[in-house]
Write a new protein. Structure first.
Length: 332
């Protein structure tokens, strides 16, 4: 009987049904369709922004076997760089021209992402390279780098909360009857979805992606064929760091006010997502991020006193069911 239920569950989508099940349970508990739709869209948008940050960490661990506890530094730098670019553009952000608003936003995201990639290159070369295949030293040295990065942010931007101007075109909401959906949340969801599609295609349908995956499985064989795996791995680390910075930039616009602790605060959710999804899995990170985003919004509305613990409870429940996560790429 249990096997039959399990087979039926897998046949109709398996673990990918979990967000749907969670949404249906929340719908029954909330009872008001308009409120449920608003919370669901908010949860999906939040999940996609967390996915941007978590996917980079999952990518680095899954393909390079590197435990990077300094990952949140890229989130923080991305947030502050994006905020500074938006603040410097002035009328481009607040003016009535939608084209200028979009250009300002793209400039902020591009600046944060480019910085993340360059900082990721330096981080890998100087800090991570000497400690490959040594997880304990990786944890210690990347934690130390995180502390240094936070001090740099305090030195450059100060310790006071920094307001983040949001482009005028992304302010306000779409209103459908009693349903209100923030424009920024729709944009965040679409950007996260586009990034996931691009990552999935790059890793599974391109020559570079196939070489990276082959290099993880058998580095010596790929190098014997004349390919420089170390260069490919540097590119992976840069991509993961750039994604973290992009996620930080998007989260800054979502919050509207940021502090130097933004990266450390978000890393709790990021690690929960990576653990829930399964180490090294991009699909798992997407699934975990959506579950975390939905759970956070539903529980905050239904049971406000449980909101802080909701995602910890979700993680424990999933690990009791699947100890390696929902879609692990690495086991043991």
């Amino acid at each position: 009987m249990t096997k039959t239920i399990s087979d039926t569950f897998e046949r109709f989508g398996g673990v990918f049904l979990l967000p749907v099940i969670l949404g249906l349970v929340a719908f029954l508990l909330i009872g008001r369709p308009s409120t449920w739709v608003t919370l669901t869209v908010a949860g999906l948008a939040m999940g996609m922004m967390i996915f941007l940050m978590a996917s980079g960490l999952s990518l680095i661990f899954g393909l390079m076997d590197v435990l990077n506890f300094g990952h949140s530094a890229f989130v923080s730098f991305g947030a502050f760089i994006a905020a500074s670019v938006l603040a410097s553009l002035g009328v481009w952000v607040t003016g009535g021209s939608a084209a200028m608003n979009i250009l300002a936003l793209m400039a902020a995201i591009a600046a944060a992402t480019a910085f993340g990639a360059l900082a990721g290159w330096a981080f890998e070369r100087i800090i991570v390279k000497p400690v490959y295949k040594d997880h304990l030293r990786q944890i210690l040295i990347t934690m130390g780098a995180l502390i240094v990065a936070e001090e740099i942010i305090l030195m450059v931007w100060g310790g006071s909360p920094l307001p983040v101007p949001r482009p005028a075109v992304l302010t306000g909401s779409f209103v459908f009857g009693n349903i209100s959906i923030e424009v920024y949340r729709v944009f965040a969801f679409l950007l996260g979805l586009a990034v996931y599609i691009a990552m999935h295609f790059a890793l599974n349908r391109t020559r570079v992606g196939l070489l990276i995956r082959a290099g993880v499985e058998n580095r010596e064989m790929v190098e014997a064929l004349g390919f420089r795996i170390d260069r490919l791995f540097i590119a992976v680390f840069m991509a993961g760091s750039a994604l973290a910075a992009m996620g930080g930039a998007m989260w800054a616009g979502y919050q509207g006010l940021i502090t130097p602790a933004i990266g450390s605060e978000m890393m709790i959710l990021v690690f929960i997502v990576v653990i829930i999804g399964g180490l090294g899995s991009i699909e798992g990170s997407l699934l975990g991020a959506i579950l975390v985003g939905l759970m956070a919004n539903y529980v905050a509305f239904l049971f406000p006193k449980m909101s802080l613990a909701s995602n910890m409870i979700l993680m424990m429940a999933i690990l009791l069911w699947r100890p390696y996560g929902l879609k692990p790429a690495v086991k043991g």
